[in-house]
Design a protein around this ligand. Sequence first.
Ligand SMILES: Cc1cc2nc3c(=O)[nH]c(=O)nc-3n(C[C@H](O)[C@H](O)[C@H](O)COP(=O)(O)OP(=O)(O)OC[C@H]3O[C@@H](n4cnc5c(N)ncnc54)[C@H](O)[C@@H]3O)c2cc1C
Length: 407
Amino acid sequence: MFRPKVVILGAGFGGLTAARALDRIADVTLIDRHNFQTFLPLLYQVSTAGLAADHIAHPVRGALRKSKVKFRMGSPLSIDHKNKSIKLDSSEDIPFDYLIVALGSATNDFGVKGVAEHALGMKTVSEALTIRASIMRRFEDLCRFEDDTRLSISVVGGGPTGVEMAGAIAELKKGPLTSDQPEAAANIVVNLIEAGPRLLPSFSQSLSDRTIKDLQKLGVNVYTNANVQEVKPRQILLKDGTAIPSEITIWAAGVTGEPAIKKLNLPIEAGRLKVDPTLQVSNYPEIFAIGDVAGAKGENGRPLPMVAPVAMQQARFVAKQIAALVSRRPLGNFKYRDKGSMATIGRHKAVVEVGPIRLGGAIAWYAWLWLHLFYLLGGRNKIGTMADWTWNYLTFDRGNRHIIDIN
Ligand SMILES: Cc1cc2nc3c(=O)[nH]c(=O)nc-3n(C[C@H](O)[C@H](O)[C@H](O)COP(=O)(O)OP(=O)(O)OC[C@H]3O[C@@H](n4cnc5c(N)ncnc54)[C@H](O)[C@@H]3O)c2cc1C
C-alpha cells in the first residue's frame, strides 16, 4: 500500500502524538528546534524551584525509539508549495505528500508597552530558569540588605498558568525562603493581576471565588479588573492610573500562534493558521494544522482553547484524516471532546471541573498530581518528578533553588 511522506513541524503535544499515530501508515519526518519535548503544564514548578528542569523535558529521539519516525533538529524557513517541500535552517529540503503544522504558540503581549523589555515570559525551560534565577537572586539581595526593602513579584494573567504561578511563588516564600532567612522572606510581596472581573474565567463562578480565597490565604494580593497599561522596569502601571511596585513581572496573560508560521505563506487569522473543520489549512488540502497554532473553532463558533487535550485529540484525528486520504475515503470534521479543566493553587489546594462535577481542596489536588504524572513523558521523568514532589511534600523544602544563568 502507498506510504505517504508526512512532515510534521513541531514535536510538542500535538506533533509527537501525530508522529506516533502515523508511524504505521506513513514515512514520517518530525522537525523541532529543540531535541526535547517540554511538558509545559509543569513549567511553573521549574520557575519556583519545585522541580528540576530536566524532569519536564523529554528527548524526542527517546520518545521515538520504538518507531520508524525520523527526527530533524531545525526550524522551517519556507515552504515550496509547488514542489511540496519544506526548507529548513539546517540547509535541508524535505519533500512531503502531507504536512502537519504543530508549532504551538508564543507569549502574547497584546501590544502592551514594556512587556518585551521588562517582563519575563513563561513558555520555555530557559524562561522558567530565568524566572527562578531572578527570584532567587533578588532574595539574596534582600538577605544582604537586612532592612525593610521590599521585593514585589507580580504575575499578570489570572488564567490557570497565572494562578498556579502566583500560588507556587507564595508557597516558595512561605516555606523554603522563610526557613532560609525569615526576615528577608517576610519582605517578599506576591501580586496576581487580572484584567477581567474574576480569576479562572473558564471555570464556574464558585471555583473562581474559591481560588481567590485560597490565594489570599497564601498571602497573594489579587487584583481583578486591573488592566495593565504599561510594564516599567520596577513597576506596573494600570489603565486606571494605579502604579504597582514590581521588581519582577511575569507575563502569563496569554499566548498567540507561533510567529514562525508567517514564513510559511499560509493563511493566518487572529494570529493562528486558518483551518477548515477538517483541520486542513484553508485552500491547502495537503497541509493540516493542529494544536495552539491552529485556529480551529468549536461548536459555539469560538476558537478552541489552547490546551494540550485539544492538540492531542487533533493529532490523532489528523492521522485518521491522512489514512482516509490515502485510501480515498471522505474526510470528517473535527469535534473536540472537552474532558474538563483543572488548576492547582498550592498544597492540598486545587480546582477541578468536569461537566457538572466541581471539586476543590485536597481531592482535587491529588487528582491534579496523578493526572500530570500520568501524562508526563518518560519513566525517568516520572520517577524524578515523584522524587522531587515527595521531598517537597515531606520536608516543606524545595531543593532546586539554584541560580543558574543560561544567557
Ligand atoms: C506555562 C504553561 C502552562 C500550561 N498548562 C497547561 C495545563 O495545565 N493543561 C493544559 O491542557 N494545557 C496547558 N498549557 C497549554 C499546552 O501546553 C498547549 O496547549 C500545548 O502544548 C499545545 O500543544 P502544541 O503541540 O500545539 O504545541 P507545543 O506543545 O507547544 O509544541 C510546539 C513545538 O513546536 C516547536 N517549535 C515552535 N516554534 C518552532 C520553530 N520555529 N522551529 C522549530 N520548532 C518550533 C516547539 O519547540 C515545540 O516543541 C500550558 C501552557 C503553558 C505555556
